[in-house]
Design a protein around this ligand. Structure first.
Ligand code: ADP
Length: 398
């Protein structure tokens, strides 16, 4: 079956058409600037050239229509007609406490996703627009919602509650949810598979280090803790997000700068992290590494502060699980940035592990970095959220 995987943002739509039997990507692409001027689609059939076409896309329904046109186009298309799409898998950011796994989309499910909009006001409405547009253009084709939060729903209360009056959890569902769940799930099961072991018998720490970054503790196949919280702002220092801070900073800074709490939260989301620490130099680790090599002290400080926070979380999750068997790195930085991995691994010798510096130079591949005799296996497992969504979609449709 061919599964169309859709990841809808407020003005963008990413797609992949995946053959679920061979797990091959038949085509992928991105619609950008939807509802803005100069909207365009970048389409790439497997084995073909990436082609950018400027085309008017006033809304997401228009974008889905263009995606179908491209997929069925005589020259750049990969299928003959819409009939060759067996199901659509949608990435949905927030499933609240309602969704602990992927779900076939029905009108009731749409209502329930809507009720989680408060928790992800930037993402969930956009995801829903994508779902509705696909339903309009592909009536009768089964649709599945795969939630970023679902994998973390197994966290126990002691891990997901904040130390604030319990009534706020009861009234507003303020608690830790966690994100990147599809990636943490995929990487932890793939890590076990690579070692020829059952995930149920392992304690795994997944470090998803991208522009957004989170760590999770997967014990016996289920997530028992993760670093992101009510929103993706909590936890690690990220590209532009602060991660954990003293919450009193918000009113302190608002007062000093004469700005609102919302303004401060926006600074914490968009101008902080390694971008903020490097004095606005860059949120991209490649730029920071170059600047650091050229003697830029702020860039060096940003990279050290970043790695230190990751190492602290690994320590915390080792304690939470009473040990660790595998530490897996994934996402943009985790898959490609040897320097960050080396620095983080430098903190982990006490666990009885090491990183082979030659192997660590390899980028973007599944690779074991530790020695066979080490107590803890350190490895790189490139994430593949689209494939994970396609697999979940097929599982539910069949
Ligand atoms: P997201 O999906 O959260 O937007 P990604 O997982 O694509 O982010 O990660 C983006 C980050 O990966 C960037 O900050 C970039 O610095 C880093 N990255 C990507 N490729 C490399 C590379 N070759 N070397 C170092 N860092 C890299």
């Amino acid at each position: 079956m061919n599964v169309l995987v859709i990841n809808c943002g407020s003005s963008s739509l990413k797609y992949q058409l995946i053959d679920s039997e061979s797990e091959e990507v038949l085509a992928k692409g991105l619609c950008e600037r939807i509802g803005i001027n100069a909207s365009a689609i970048i389409h790439e059939p497997a084995g073909g050239e990436k082609v950018k076409t400027e085309v008017d896309m006033p809304d997401h329904t228009a974008a889905v229509r263009i995606v179908i046109e491209k997929l069925t186009d005589e020259s750049v298309g990969v299928i003959a007609s819409l009939k060759e799409i067996g199901a659509v898998g949608h990435r949905v950011v927030h499933g609240g406490e309602k969704f602990s796994e992927a779900t076939l989309i029905t009108p009731e499910v749409i209502k329930e996703v809507e009720s989680c909009n408060d928790l992800a006001p930037l993402h969930n409405p956009a995801n829903l627009v994508g779902i509705r547009s696909c339903m309009e253009i592909m009536p009768g084709v089964p649709m599945v919602g795969v939630f970023d939060t679902a994998f973390h729903q197994t966290m126990p209360k002691k891990a997901y509650l904040y130390g604030i009056p319990y009534e706020y959890y009861e009234k507003y569902k303020i608690r830790r949810y966690g994100f990147h769940g599809t990636s943490h799930d995929y990487v932890s099961s793939r890590a076990a598979e690579i070692l020829g072991k059952d995930r149920k018998d392992l304690k795994i720490i997944v470090c998803h280090l991208g522009n957004g970054a989170s760590i999770s503790a997967v014990d016996g196949g289920v997530c028992i803790d993760t670093s992101m919280g009510l929103t993706p702002l909590e936890g690690l220092i990220m590209g532009t997000r602060s991660g954990d801070i003293d919450p009193a900073i918000i009113s302190f800074l608002a007062d000093k700068e004469g700005i609102t709490a919302d303004d401060v939260v926006s600074i914490l989301n968009k101008k902080s992290g390694v971008l903020g620490l490097s004095n606005g130099l860059s949120s991209d680790f490649r730029d920071l590494a170059t600047a650091s090599e050229d003697g830029n002290e702020q860039a060096t400080t940003a990279l050290h502060t970043y790695a230190y926070r990751v190492a602290k979380y690994i320590g915390a999750y080792t304690a939470a699980m009473g040990g660790v068997d595998i530490i897996a790195f994934t996402a943009g930085v985790g898959e490609n940035n040897a320097a960050a991995r080396e620095e983080i691994a430098g903190y982990l010798e006490y666990l009885g592990t090491s990183v082979d510096l030659e192997k660590n130079k390899i980028r973007g591949e599944e690779i074991i970095l530790s020695k066979p005799e080490d107590k803890v296996t350190v490895m790189v497992v490139p994430t593949n959220e689209e494939l994970a969504i396609a697999r979940e979609t097929v599982r539910l449709v069949q």
